[in-house]
Design a protein around this ligand. Structure first.
Ligand SMILES: [Mg+2]
Length: 317
């Protein structure tokens, strides 16, 4: 398939859902018209085959994940997702592969009012770069630097599933139901409605590289520390059903790719935050003035964990 054919394909199947998209795919650039009083949150992520997803990942799941991880970053800022651009490098532009890829991208957007307003295709090793743009009222973004001593720390959903899904990936043809659940969490991560947490959360991040690493970014940016109860970390019945406790803790603390939100907020706002979300929100610890992350068990005893601190993209740097 020639490049213009893919762009045409995108254009015909993706009718605009937004009145503030002035011009979508088809000209030299798209035109968007944010309202007065709004700020735009902009994020870009590149996914490379063999590095960010297994090389034998189905096209649908690649399209899904490329969109979902970027919408997750917007969610972590508290932004309403509005626009996306999509750059695809692939060894060949096979028509059915491209259709499945776009099916996955559209599935990740769901019914939300999001427009794909631009795209580019080029021949090369398989990689996908998505830029996502979200809207939010001026000054309302959830930043990593807002955590305050006395805040509770809470996470959406469950932790560790995707990490175990990666462990099971090569044997997925023989996976049982619990393992399949974890594999699907890796392949098609849910992005959360972070916009619902505006004016409630003090700080937020999405967990892409593992709880310890990502919460560590929040603590460092905020100049605070934290105590986290490892026995309080939310676990899916599926993960609990297919690994022992030590593996489970390793997945929950160090495993990436869950794309759940980790937020800090005043204890008095917890109930409202839980009500604002369509998923569980679980308290796992509290922010403290003393720097550093202290892992403890339910009895308050220190929990020793020697795992790597998340995924380091440049381990030798
Ligand atoms: Mg992020």
């Amino acid at each position: 398939m020639r490049e213009f054919a893919l762009i045409d394909r995108l254009k015909t199947r993706l009718a605009s859902r937004r009145t503030d998209t002035r011009l979508g795919i088809g000209d030299d650039a798209a035109l968007i018209a944010p309202a007065a009083g709004e700020e735009l949150a902009i994020t870009t992520d590149t996914l490379i085959a063999g590095r960010h997803f297994p090389s034998d990942t189905p096209a649908f799941d690649i399209g899904y994940k490329a969109i979902a991880v970027n919408l997750s970053d917007l969610a972590a800022m508290g932004a309403d997702p509005a626009w996306v651009t999509l750059a695809l490098a692939a060894p060949e532009l096979d028509e059915s592969w491209c259709d499945a890829f776009l099916d996955g991208a559209c599935a990740a957007m769901g019914d939300d009012p999001i427009d794909i307003i631009g795209g580019d295709t080029t021949r090369g090793d398989l990689s996908i770069t998505v830029t996502a743009i979200g809207r939010l009222p001026v000054g309302s973004a959830l930043r990593r630097s807002g955590a305050q001593p006395g805040d509770v720390i809470a996470v959406t959903g469950t932790l560790g599933d995707a990490a175990h899904g990666l462990d099971c990936w090569d044997e997925r043809a023989q996976a049982n139901a619990d393992e399949t659940f974890c594999i699907e969490r890796l392949a098609r991560p849910r992005w959360r409605n972070g916009a619902a947490l505006r004016a409630l959360a003090h700080a937020a991040i999405d967990i892409s590289d593992g709880l310890v690493a990502d919460l560590g970014h929040v603590l460092a940016a905020s100049g605070v520390g934290a105590r986290v109860n490892v026995d309080a970390l939310p676990v899916s019945p599926a993960l609990a059903g297919c690994v022992d406790t030590a593996q489970m803790r390793a997945c929950q603390l160090g495993g990436g790719d869950d794309y759940e939100l980790c937020i800090t907020l005043a204890p008095g706002d917890l109930e409202r935050a839980q009500a604002a979300l369509d998923c569980p929100l679980t308290v796992i610890g509290e922010v403290e003035a003393e720097a550093g992350l202290r892992l403890v068990d339910a009895a308050g005893r220190p929990f020793a964990w020697a795992g790597a601190a998340g995924w380091d993209h440049f381990p030798d740097a």
